[in-house]
Design a protein around this ligand. Structure first.
Ligand SMILES: NC(=O)C1=CN([C@@H]2O[C@H](COP(=O)(O)OP(=O)(O)OC[C@H]3O[C@@H](n4cnc5c(N)ncnc54)[C@H](OP(=O)(O)O)[C@@H]3O)[C@@H](O)[C@H]2O)C=CC1
Ligand SMILES: O=C(O)C1=N[C@H](C(=O)O)C[C@H](O)C1
Length: 265
């Protein structure tokens, strides 16, 4: 069976790389692009055209659903668009596979509820790279023994959200095993706002944005007289594609809500 995939954000850096990977996959078809503009245009080999060749762009998910009947909606948009897209997709019986970062905990809870009420899978994957998922798992294992943790995430300077979805997910996974406690000096004095980073249950997350970077993260775990650093680097968006294809395939097998690629590998 060929899996019919629509992409929200297909013009973007990740969306265009995913469109190519899906087109190349023998068991998938890229059937439609969901956007907020360019209604009725077409996407052909990564470019937009008004000529009727390639995959049509829709600004209405209801129209997209009716015209091209996608099985899956891959979302690679932005923090504002992702939640309404996923809610509407579930209501229309389309399985969301969400790579977009920036969903709040409340939004994740609501999507879980809706997908389970409907018996339709919904996959949220803050990072599709297998190496990044292993980095999060290894850091969680290490935090059993070394509970003082700081995360440094580094991304390209076009990224809209901070901290990254990966850093937030890493902190969530570590907080499952780490006894909550304050890190650093209790009387610490911060002289420049933000110098100590964001606080997630006592752990600090530092977000770096620079041209030249793509997606990188270090988890630093400190103990008496020692430091363990677990680092992952994505140098190319191709690093995310095996996880994108795996998630799309799994979304057809599952009927529940899945938060994190670590649940699938
Ligand atoms: N899970 C993972 O492994 C990965 C996740 N990401 C996440 O994916 C998302 C996209 O990243 P990236 O490709 O770099 O960003 P881009 O800005 O390159 O792409 C986002 C695209 O979505 C479009 N868009 C915005 N709003 C809507 C909407 N309502 N409907 C449809 N399309 C919309 C944007 O259009 P316009 O430019 O006109 O605003 C843009 O073309 C981010 O949240 C990022 O964090 C990125 C890499 C890996
Ligand atoms: O915006 C990006 O580029 C990335 N976003 C995701 C995140 O927020 O963690 C995944 C990866 O880090 C690339």
């Amino acid at each position: 069976m060929t899996i019919r995939v629509a992409i929200a954000g297909a013009r973007g850096r990740m969306g265009s790389t995913a469109a190519f990977a899906i087109t190349e996959a023998p068991d998938m078809e890229f059937v439609g692009a969901l956007d907020y503009k360019y209604d009725g245009w077409y996407m052909n080999s990564g470019s937009l055209t008004q000529q009727q060749s390639g995959v049509r762009v829709y600004t209405s998910i209801a129209e997209l659903a009716q015209q091209v009947r996608p099985d899956v909606l891959l979302d690679l948009t932005d923090p504002e668009a992702v939640f309404p897209n996923a809610q509407k997709a579930i209501a229309l019986g389309i399985r969301p596979v969400i790579g977009t970062s920036g969903l709040t905990l409340e939004e994740i809870d609501q999507l879980k509820c809706r997908s389970e009420q409907k018996g339709l899978s919904c996959i949220v994957a803050p990072n599709f790279s297998i190496g990044a998922v292993l980095m999060m798992k290894f850091a969680t294992q290490a935090a059993h023994y070394l509970g003082d943790v700081e995360i440094i995430e580094m991304h390209h300077d076009r990224k809209l959200d901070a901290p990254s979805g990966t850093a937030t997910k890493t902190a969530d996974m570590i907080s499952e095993v780490r006894t909550p406690h304050l890190q650093g000096h209790p009387d610490e004095q911060v002289n420049a706002y933000g110098a100590r980073g964001a606080d997630v249950q006592g752990m600090k997350i530092h977000s770096v944005r620079l041209p030249g970077l793509l997606a990188h993260q270090q988890v630093l775990l400190g103990g008496e007289g020692e430091l363990l650093t677990i680092r992952h680097d994505s140098f190319d968006r191709k690093s995310f594609m095996p996880g994108v294809l795996l998630s799309i395939r799994e979304s057809m097998r599952q009927r529940q809500f899945i938060n994190g690629l670590e649940q699938l590998i």
